[in-house]
Ligand binder design. Structure first.
Ligand code: F6R
Length: 261
């Protein structure tokens, strides 16, 4: 079921391919639950977007069933749009409340979010970087994948040593994220994101990618060279990355595509 993706890369990355997006999400949720059960003080790096929604729904179920508690866990979100207060429905802060925090039992002062309505975005990026770097470091970072290979909002062109910062979103990301908007007509053009180096500092990384729209980015990340053209390809420089894919997202992989698990 699980196998290393062996594809001309610096280090093998673990790869599991599931029949459906739901199965992949459940497996990721089980991975997160196992981490928090073995280390209730775990520091979790969290992503927004459509991909992790089923993961979060499963985590909420686990809390409601009494199978886990997140009270002692700490979270750091990856990114936030510039210009949106946490109360705005299209902010990532609001997404996290809707999709996870309101239904689970996190302790509010252990939940770390970027303030999208800061008056000085660069100062806010510095504040969040200080907070992250003064913590014990992320134990488990959950990632989704942009169709252009971005991780967090590290768009193509982002280097491996990039740090937490203010970024411009690419036209492709602005278009890709538009259908997810609840109130805004267009995606904000700027964001604050953890950098690739911040992501690679995590002790363990989970990448969840589902759907055929991610197939090319998955293929470039796992089979292409590590390069700023496809930021997720830098995950090959990390010693402990696990890719969870459904068949659609795996469909362009030379080595593993269309394999039933
Ligand atoms: C979100 C984030 C992004 C998304 C990526 C995929 O916090 O950092 O990198 O993970 O854009 O988004 P979805 O899951 O909506 O396809």
């Amino acid at each position: 079921m699980t196998q290393p993706a062996q594809i001309n890369r610096d280090r093998p990355q673990m790869l599991t391919i599931f029949e459906t997006a739901g199965e992949a999400a459940y497996a990721v949720a089980d991975h997160v639950l196992a981490t928090v059960k073995s280390n209730p003080n775990a520091i979790l790096g969290l992503a927004t977007g459509q991909t992790p929604r089923q993961v979060y729904a499963r985590l909420i179920e686990a809390v409601r069933d009494g199978a886990v508690t997140f009270r002692q866990a700490t979270t750091f979100n990856l990114d936030e749009y510039c210009g949106l207060p946490p109360s705005h429905p299209d902010s990532f802060a609001a997404f996290m409340r809707r999709e996870l925090f309101d239904g689970a039992d996190f302790t509010s002062d252990r939940v770390n979010l970027i303030a999208g309505d800061a008056t000085d975005y660069h100062a806010e990026a510095d504040r969040y970087a200080d907070l992250l770097h003064s913590s014990d470091g992320i134990d488990l970072q959950l990632l989704g994948l942009g169709t252009n290979g971005h991780i967090g909002f590290n768009e193509p062109g982002s280097e491996q040593d990039s740090r937490l910062r203010v970024v411009n979103l690419s036209a492709e990301t602005i278009e890709a994220n538009r259908p997810s908007l609840l109130e805004l007509a267009t995606v904000p053009p700027h964001a604050i994101t953890m950098g690739i180096s911040d992501i690679l500092n995590s002790r363990e990384i989970i990448m969840l990618a589902t759907g055929a729209s991610k197939a090319q980015a998955v293929c470039r990340s796992l089979e292409g060279p590590a390069s700023a053209d496809c930021p997720a390809s830098y995950l090959s420089r990390h010693p402990n990355v696990h890719w969870y894919l459904d068949i659609g997202a795996a469909s362009s992989l030379r080595a593993n595509g269309r394999r039933k698990i």
